[in-house]
Design a protein around this ligand. Structure first.
Ligand SMILES: [Zn+2]
Length: 138
């Protein structure tokens, strides 16, 4: 079961954008940590079970193959202030989201459905269905 926080587990393009994102946030005096990069199918399904068949709060609406994390093109982050993760600091998340967008990343803080302040992705315009298909081909 793999639930990575390592940028090395992203595809090369997304890894590069993620590193630029961290550096640009730092330029703006915001430290961010990366809390999730690649998740394998097993790990995604375990996350989906949380708040459904397992205890805890629901954290995702995606089963295996339904999250861009499964295709190494998404990462989650959290701003850190004085050593503490600021999960509820929407203003700082928004600043970071704007930095991500300036680099060409898609920031899920803009999504109207399943808005997710912590989530960024670089899909190259591909849908999940197209990603699943290309994975099957390779
Ligand atoms: Zn995410």
């Amino acid at each position: 079961m793999i639930n990575s926080r390592d940028t090395k587990d992203l595809n090369p393009k997304t890894a590069e954008l993620c590193k630029q994102f961290i550096a640009k946030c730092k330029d703006q005096h915001i430290d961010v940590i990366i809390t999730s990069t690649y998740r394998d199918a097993e790990s995604q399904n375990a996350l989906y079970a949380q708040g459904r068949s397992k205890p805890g709060n629901k954290v995702t609406n995606a089963k295996a193959g339904q999250s861009f994390h499964n295709f190494r093109v998404a990462f989650d982050f959290c701003p850190i202030i004085n050593g503490k993760a600021q999960w509820n600091d929407e203003a700082t998340f928004t600043k970071c989201g704007e930095i991500a967008e300036s680099l060409g990343l898609e920031w899920a803080g803009r999504w109207l459905r399943f808005k997710e302040l912590a989530h960024c992705q670089f899909t190259g315009g591909l849908t999940l269905a197209q990603m699943r298909e290309s994975t099957l081909l390779h």
